[in-house]
Design a protein around this ligand. Structure first.
Ligand code: EPU
Length: 421
């Protein structure tokens, strides 16, 4: 298993480019099943989860050429509708193939998806199943481990999501795009990746309106055509780099990004005393007065404070003056990693699985750590970069899942970070 070795406290400065968004790419790739015509996807992040998605798609029978950034996909020969269990077990994104398979073949077989263990109960898929039933599908389930979904006749539906879910919204939206009739989805998630998916499907001939709002209306088409899509910049990577710069008190220019997608974080940065400037596709974090001021956050669906930025923000708060309360409302295991930060010298009290209180500022010291999941992983990297001494982070696979060539990009801005096998 590769590890990161970080020698902390090196001055950071310069320019860092943001990759295409993982959580957009992971939906656009399965969406290629909805059309039998050629699909081109540009600005793909070269990360583990994208590689895994291509493995699943190839296993289903698609032909793919991929150069690490751009892919050409032809799904016209797909005849199989069963996801390979070993492949699907590696990442949560595998669930995104189910809706398109169901819509195209009226049938899909798949195991419970794997991925980061950040929620109790192995991250449920009940909303997906309820949604497919609303389209007229019947589901046979083998004790929550394997599912067989089949529909004699798929029909458009009116469906209200009992709770807001990003991937369930995307899955229903993709499925409905080729089910004739008008589907109305209510209480939808509103993340930028959802609007990007709708814009893309609409260029292929789908008729989706309301994406980015809680109510979507989808006029299902008999078929949709060829497509070309440029993956939007990764807003979580943008926010993570901004937080790194603020925590390290560095002058950092973040390019190829879309700051309008992280406005909640930027508003908080303003309040805690981070000096920054931004334009349409760049964000400059400036060196400034320290310490920053502590500030509470409560994670929320978009446009609220992203749960995926909670862990880097926790690191930032260890460097801020005062007490901050971090309230994680989306996942109940996403604060457990903060124990590792305490081992590095942070003063953190866990109130319950959803809340921690941080007293700052405290110096951090290098440690040997294991990355438990993707976002905690990047937070540990940020902690290592601002800590005194040497930090070792094991299980880098969890970081590679979402961040392309992270150590190379960080080295270019002055970090002392290397990967060892
Ligand atoms: N939930 C259910 N039942 C379901 C689906 C979700 O109870 O059928 C619950 C979840 O357990 C959670 C809440 O609903 O408590 C919201 O989860 P959501 O479904 O929105 O999360 P997701 O769609 O599985 C996506 C991202 C996550 C990101 C969340 C929230 C992808 C592939 N994943 O997950 O990204 O944290 O939205 O914004 O788009 C990451 O990138 O590290 C990551 C975990």
């Amino acid at each position: 298993m590769p590890k990161f070795i970080i020698n902390g406290k090196k001055p950071l400065s310069g320019q860092i480019a943001v990759s295409g968004a993982k959580n957009s790419a992971l939906k656009i790739i399965p969406a290629s099943i909805l059309s039998t015509e050629k699909i081109t996807i540009k600005n793909l992040p070269n990360i583990e989860d994208v590689t895994r998605s291509f493995e699943v798609l190839t296993d289903l029978g698609a032909k793919i050429t991929y150069n690490g950034s751009e892919a050409n996909i032809d799904t016209s020969n797909i005849a199989n509708n069963e996801l390979n269990a070993k492949m699907a077990d590696k990442f949560r994104g595998s669930i995104m193939f189910v809706g398109p398979l169901l819509a195209r073949f009226g049938e899909a077989k798949f195991p419970h998806p794997g991925g980061c263990v950040i929620g109790a109960g192995g991250r449920p898929i009940d909303l997906f199943l309820e949604g497919y039933r609303a389209f007229g599908a019947e589901i046979k389930e083998e004790s929550g481990k394997f599912y067989h979904i089949k529909a004699k006749h798929l029909q458009a539906a009116e469906y209200f999501f009992p709770l807001v879910s990003v991937t369930a919204t995307e899955s229903m939206m993709m499925t409905a795009s080729i089910i004739p009739g008008t589907t109305i989805l209510k209480n939808c998630a509103m993340e930028p990746e959802i609007s990007a998916l709708a814009d893309y499907l609409n260029t292929q001939g789908a008729q989706i309106s309301g994406a980015g709002t809680p109510i979507m209306v989808i006029k299902g088409q008999n078929k949709i055509g060829a497509g070309e899509f440029t993956v939007i910049p990764d807003r979580i990577e943008t926010g993570s780099f901004a937080i790194l710069a603020a925590a390290a008190n560095a002058n950092l220019e973040i390019i190829n990004c879309q700051p309008e997608h992280i406005m909640t974080l930027l508003k908080i940065m303003e309040r805690i005393g981070v000096d920054f400037e931004y334009g349409r596709d760049w964000l400059k974090i400036k060196k400034g007065k320290r310490p920053l001021k502590a500030h509470d956050i409560k994670t929320h669906e978009y446009p609220g404070f992203a749960t995926d930025l909670q862990s880097p923000y926790v690191v930032l708060m260890t460097q801020a003056q005062g007490i901050s309360l971090i309230h994680e409302t989306i996942y109940d295991r996403r604060l457990l990693w903060t124990d590792m930060l305490s081992q590095m010298g942070a003063s953190i009290i866990m109130c319950d699985p959803h809340r921690v209180v941080i007293q700052g500022p405290t110096p951090l010291f290098g440690k040997r750590l294991i990355s438990p999941d993707l976002r905690a992983g990047i937070a540990l990297v940020i902690a290592g970069l601002i800590a005194e001494g040497r930090t070792e982070i094991d299980n880098v696979y969890q970081i590679d899942r979402g961040y392309e060539k992270l150590e190379e990009r960080l080295r270019k801005i002055g970090a002392d970070i290397s990967r060892v096998e």
